[in-house]
Design a protein around this ligand. Sequence first.
Ligand SMILES: [Zn+2]
Ligand SMILES: [Zn+2]
Length: 114
Amino acid sequence: MARFRCSFCRTPEKPWGIEFEADFPQCPRCHAQGLAVVIPVVKVHFYAPDSQGPIVGAGGRHYRVACSPAFTNPNGIPCTGLPSAVTCEACMRTQEFHKAEDLQAELTGGILLE
Ligand SMILES: [Zn+2]
Ligand SMILES: [Zn+2]
């Protein structure tokens, strides 16, 4: 299973196109297929700050991958500490992610840029 985005099927909530999981790039809604329209989406995981975390980042801070706490070598899988860049749904469901999301909203004064 891979994750794809259909650039034909845009909604107000998904201005870049709806996302879905499938074995091959064909949109379940409009049935469009082909990589020019149906674009593979890279899963970006969230680095949750964790003093016991196995991953050591800048400044000697410890982190873990939010959806896979046992994961010790993040090389090769995309990860970010920036909540708005996360696309992994399992990571998005974690408490740490919600906390960081709130914090990011606070830092930007709650103003979301279009
Ligand atoms: Zn579609
Ligand atoms: Zn994840």
